[in-house]
Design a protein around this ligand. Structure first.
Ligand code: PLP
Length: 391
C-alpha cells in the first residue's frame, strides 16, 4: 500500500524556511473550529492572524465565492465591474464619513506600502513617522515603517526619512513630526507589538500635530479593523479623523484583499501613479462584500464587544499568578505574562485551543467574532489551566 505523503516534510523541504511552523497540518474548518490531519479538533483563536473573523467556511462567503467563480474571476481595473462597485459603495457606508475613496489591493503590506506612496504624492514630502513596536508588513516600504530592527537591518537600505518614535509618548512622538513629514503611520491597537492599546490623549496630540505640520494621518487597521474590537474600526473608540485607513486580513473572509480608504486630502492623483493587476478582482470583491454583509446581519460588532468583556472578566477573575496584565479591545486580546509565552502554545493546543504570540511574552487571542459563548468559556478554561501550570 502506498504510504500517505507527509505534507509537512514536503513544505519543510521546498519552502525557503522563513516561517516558524507548528507541527499541525490544518485540513478543515467550520465556524470557530478547525481540524488537523490527525482528526484533532481545535477552537481557533489564531484565525490566520485575524483573517477568519466571520469563522471558517461561512456558508454566505462560500456561496458568494462559488457564484462569482462561475461568473467572472478576473477583471483588471481597466474595466468596470458590478461587484467591485457594490463593494466600494458598501465600504463607504460602513466607514466614518469622508473615507469614501479607495484603492483596492491584495494584502496588508500592500495597503500600507500604497498609503505611503499616496501620502508622498498628496503632500510632496518624503518623510514617515511610525511607532516603536509598530508592525505594518514586510515589503520594503512597509518594512521601513515596521519596528522589527533585525529584519530592517538585514533587508536595508530601506526608505529614507522614516523615523520611529515611542508609542503612547505624545511629546516624543509629536517632536518627530515636522515640515518634511508626509504622514504618520500608526496602529491604534498594536497587534504584533503586544496588543497595546493607544491612549486617547496620545492619539489626540498626534492628530493635532499632524494637522499643524501639514502631515497626513494613516491608521493601519489591518489587524484591528472589520469589527474585531467591537467597532468597525478600532479608531472609532477615539476621536480621530484620519486621512487614510488601511484594511486587509479579515476583509475578504479568507480571500486575499486589501484596501486603502482615503479622505478628502487624498484625491485626484495622477493617472497610472499606482496600480495592481489583482487589486479589485471580482472574486475578492464578492468575498469582501459578503463578509461585510455577514458582519452587519449577524451583529458582529456588538458580539465582539460583549464577548470581549466576558473573556476579559473571566480571565481577570481567574488571573493566574504568571499573568501581568490583560490587554486589548473587543476580541483582540493579549495576556501579558511575567515570562516567555512561547512555551504555552503547545499545551494550549493539547487542550484544544490555537492561539498566537505577540512579541515574546504576550499570548494573543483573535477568535472569530462568531465564536459561541460556550466555545469562549472552553478557551478561558484551557488558558487558565495552562497558565496555572506555568505559574
Ligand atoms: N499591518 C498590521 C497591523 C498587521 O498586523 C499586518 C500583519 O500581521 C500587516 C500590516 C501586514 O499584512 P500582510 O501580512 O497581509 O501583508
Amino acid at each position: 500500500m502506498p504510504s500517505t505523503p507527509n505534507w509537512m516534510t514536503m513544505e519543510d523541504r521546498h519552502e525557503i524556511g522563513v516561517y516558524v511552523k507548528r507541527p499541525i497540518s490544518l485540513v478543515r474548518g467550520k465556524g470557530a473550529r478547525v481540524w488537523d490531519s490527525e482528526g484533532r479538533e481545535y477552537i481557533d483563536c489564531a484565525t490566520g492572524v485575524g483573517v477568519a473573523l466571520v469563522g471558517h467556511a461561512h456558508p454566505r462567503i462560500a456561496e458568494a465565492v462559488s457564484v462569482q467563480a462561475k461568473t467572472l474571476l478576473s477583471a483588471y481595473e481597466l474595466f468596470y465591474s458590478e461587484v467591485r462597485g457594490r463593494l466600494l459603495a458598501k465600504l463607504a457606508s460602513v466607514l466614518p464619513t469622508g473615507l469614501d475613496r479607495f484603492f483596492l489591493c491584495n494584502s496588508g503590506a500592500e495597503a500600507n506600502e500604497g498609503a505611503i506612496k499616496l501620502a508622498r504624492a498628496a503632500t510632496g514630502r518624503p518623510g514617515i513617522v511610525a511607532a516603536m513596536r509598530g508592525f505594518h508588513g514586510k515589503t520594503l516600504g512597509a518594512l521601513s515603517a515596521t519596528w522589527e530592527r533585525d529584519t530592517r537591518a538585514l533587508a536595508g537600505p530601506l526608505l529614507p526619512e522614516v523615523h520611529h518614535a515611542p508609542f503612547n509618548n505624545a511629546e516624543k512622538f509629536c517632536a518627530a513630526i515636522g515640515d518634511t513629514t508626509a504622514a504618520v503611520l500608526l496602529e491604534v491597537v498594536q497587534g504584533e507589538g503586544g496588543i497595546r492599546v493607544a491612549e486617547a490623549a496620545f492619539l489626540e496630540a498626534v492628530s493635532r500635530r499632524c494637522r499643524e505640520a501639514g502631515a497626513l494621518l494613516i491608521i493601519d487597521e489591518v489587524q484591528s479593523g472589520c469589527g474585531r474590537t467591537g467597532k468597525f474600526l478600532a479608531l472609532e473608540h477615539f476621536d480621530l479623523e484620519p486621512d487614510m485607513v488601511c484594511l486587509a486580513k479579515a476583509l475578504g473572509g479568507g480571500v486575499p484583499i486589501g484596501a486603502i480608504a482615503c479622505g478628502p486630502r487624498v484625491r485626484d492623483l495622477p493617472k497610472r501613479y499606482h496600480s495592481s493587476t489583482f487589486g479589485g478582482n471580482p472574486l475578492a470583491c464578492a468575498a469582501a462584500l459578503a463578509t461585510l454583509e455577514v458582519i452587519e446581519s449577524e451583529g458582529l460588532l456588538s458580539r465582539a464587544a460583549t464577548l470581549g468583556h466576558r473573556f476579559r472578566n473571566r480571565l481577570m477573575e481567574e488571573k493566574p499568578g504568571v499573568v501581568r496584565a490583560v490587554n486589548g479591545l473587543g476580541l483582540m486580546m493579549g495576556l501579558e505574562l511575567k515570562k516567555k509565552a512561547g512555551p504555552c502554545l503547545q499545551p494550549l493546543a493539547d487542550r484544544g485551543v490555537l492561539a498566537l504570540l505577540a512579541g515574546s511574552n504576550v499570548l494573543r487571542f483573535l477568535p472569530p467574532l462568531t465564536i459561541t459563548e460556550e466555545e469562549l468559556d472552553r478557551v478561558t478554561t484551557a488558558v487558565t489551566g495552562v497558565l496555572i501550570d506555568a505559574s
